[in-house]
Design a protein around this ligand. Structure first.
Ligand code: GUN
Length: 295
């Protein structure tokens, strides 16, 4: 699928899926639907969040979606943010929206997420969508785990009966990833490791599939990886790099070059999971526009 053996080329797969979505948008609008419309709220000036939201908005244009970006200042109050969320809940022109995380420390993410109408919660973060996912009901799947599943599917990775180690227990990636891989259809035996796990290296050494989502650069070393394992790297830490125009480079949670020698498949950073995450968000927005999850 990729010109380089072993590399799971998220960028190329994402292009393919985006072309598929663009065709679906065409069919939808030809049949009289209006273009799907995604809104993104971003609070403050965090550089990484600005970049991610920029990518999401650009991706919308490429598949024929409308998008609206709402930039709020760092000092926005909880009440002001909730008001903006409620406005989007009620706006019939908006099919789905996200509140980019993390929020500034004075704001409650949990309260903001709960205020989002689950029917427009295209991030899949609302407790209603999390519960529905857990119960195996139709729902908006969180974008990063859904993007990883799409990569596994397109590279025909066999998951049934395999031992998958998920590193990190965030609400956005680790917890939903572990739950989804254990579900019928994926059928993995899942071990969820976190900062308090004992024997983490030994768990990793027994893994057929490792999903690294801890946010610790180069955490997964070659000696932790079984020969032939599939290694998915969700990390995207910015490290200062004066030789780059941006002043930084992106580093994953996997010590890429040595681990690549042992893995049968591995995702690079950048060019792996990140692009797939955006594609999943677009898919959810299309589902929201067509009212396919909540009728
Ligand atoms: N921050 C990091 N990943 C995500 C994501 O998928 N959605 C939102 N809203 N914020 C994020």
């Amino acid at each position: 699928m990729s010109s380089t053996p072993h590399i799971m080329d998220g960028k190329t797969i994402a292009e393919q899926v985006m072309a598929e979505i663009a065709l679906e948008v065409q069919a939808w609008t030809l049949a009289g639907g209006r273009p799907p419309h995604l809104a993104a709220i971003i609070v403050g000036q965090d550089g990484a969040s600005q970049t991610y939201v920029g990518h999401k908005v650009k991706a919308c244009a490429r598949v024929g979606f409308r998008s609206t970006r709402i930039d709020l200042p760092e000092e926005t109050t909880q009440e002001q943010l909730l008001r903006t969320v409620r406005q989007l809940n009620q706006d019939p022109e908006i099919d789905g929206f996200i509140v980019q995380l993390p929020l500034p420390k004075h704001l409650s993410e949990a309260e903001v997420i709960e205020a989002i109408d689950p029917r427009k919660d295209v991030d899949g973060f609302h407790p209603s969508n999390v519960g529905r996912m857990s119960a195996g009901l139709p729902c908006f799947l969180p974008a990063t785990p859904a993007g990883i599943l799409e990569l596994l599917r397109r590279y025909q990775v066999q998951t049934a009966g395999k031992h998958c180690v998920v590193l990190g227990r965030s609400n956005i990636v680790g917890k939903p990833m572990a739950a989804l891989l254990a579900q019928k259809g994926w059928d993995c035996t899942v071990t969820l490791c976190h900062s308090r796990t004992q024997g983490l290296e030994e768990h990793c050494q027994r893994a057929d599939i490792i999903v690294a989502a801890l946010g610790v650069p180069r955490f997964v070393k070659a000696h932790m990886v079984k020969p032939g394992a599939v290694v998915i790297d969700v990390g995207i830490t910015r490290e200062p790099d004066a030789s780059r125009a941006a002043g930084f480079r992106l580093v994953g949670d996997v010590d890429f070059e040595p681990v690549r020698e042992k893995a049968s498949l591995i995702t690079p950073v950048p060019g792996g999971v990140g692009a797939m995450t955006i594609v999943s968000l677009l898919k959810n927005t299309l589902l929201a526009a067509r009212k396919e999850i909540f009728r």
